[in-house]
Write a protein that binds this ligand. Sequence first.
Ligand code: COI
Length: 356
Amino acid sequence: MNSSTAQKLDIQKVKTSRVTEVDFNNLTFGSTFSDHMFECDYKDGGWQKPTIKPYGPLTISPAAKVFHYGQAVFEGMKAYKDDHGKVWLFRPEENFKRINKSSVRMAIPEFPKEIFLEALTTLVKLDKEWVKPGLGNSLYIRPFVMATQVGVGASPSTEYKFMILMSPAQAYYTGDVKVVIADHYSRSANGGVGAAKAAGNYGAQFFPTNLAREKGFQQVIWTDASNHEYLEEAGTMNVFFRVNNSLLTAPISDRILDGVTRKSVIALAKKDNITVEERPVLVSEIIEAAKNGTLKEIFGAGTAAVISPVSAFSYKEDTYELNKQEDGFATRFKKELMEIQHNLSEDPFGWRLEVV
Ligand code: COI
C-alpha cells in the first residue's frame, strides 16, 4: 500500500462457521479451507483496501495475465495450537520477506509489512477454531499474489491480487519417501527463478515427478542444470545429507529457495555442535558415501512436510537403500522443531509469535 492509498482492514465475517462440518482426522493436504480469506488489490500504482471476507470463489477475467504468463508467487507457513489453546505462528517475518523477494524477481510490486502481519494475525484469530492442537496438526497458510490485469500483452501486469487462504493440515507425506536423482530434468538454473517461490517452479516439477512415480519413486532430487553434478533440492523441499555425523546441504544461491525450515534445521544443528557444511554437494560423493556406509540419512525440509526422511534413492540404473535411523537427525530435528512450534519446549531463538 503506498502512503496515499493506506486504508483500514475491512472485516466481513461469515454468518455461520463451517468448522463443525470438517473431519479433522481425515484431511487431504490443502483441500479444505477455513471460513475466511484475505484479499487486497493493486491498481493505479497502489495497494487498495485490504479486506477479510468469507472464503469463496473469485470472479476473474480469463484474459488476466496470471493465466497466460504465470506471473504469480506464493508462500507456505503454518499456525499451531498448543495444549493451553494458544495459537502461534512460526517465523512469519521470514515468509513476509521471502514473498516480497519472490515478487521482486517476478516484477510484482512488494506488499506492505504492516498490512501483511495485521491481515495474517486477524485471519488466524478469526479462524482459531480451525487450528487443532496436537503434534502434526496445524493450519497451513497460503499467501499468494497473482497478476490480474486483463490483456495478453506479454508485459508485467499493472494490477494484482494479494490473498491469504488457510487450510487445516495433518502430516504432509506419509510412509517412506523414495527419490530419483535427476539426470535430465532441472528445477532451476543460474539467473533463473529457483530462489523465488514462483508458481511455475512447482508446475514445472509435475511432469518429471510423474515419470519418477511411474518408476515407483515419490519425489525427484533436483540437480544443477549445467551438468547434473550437484544435489540441490528434493521435490518441493530443501535437502540435507548426513555423512557420518556431518550435515551437508546446498548453499543458498539464485537456484535454491532460502527455506525457513532449512535455516531452522541449520540453527538447531549448530546449537547442538553438529557440523553443518553449506556447500555444493556432489552426486558422486553421496553415491560414494552410500557405497562405503558413511551416508546415514537424507531428508527433505520444508514447511508443509516439516522433515521428510528418504528411505532410498536411485541414480541412473542403480538404487541405494538407506537404513532406517529411529533416533537419527531427521527424527531429532523434526521433534525439536515441532516442539518449538507447538510451544512444548523453550524457544531459544525467538521463533514463535503468539497470535491469540
Ligand atoms: C512448503 O513446504 O511450504 C511447500 O512449498 C510445499 C507446497 C508446494 C505444498
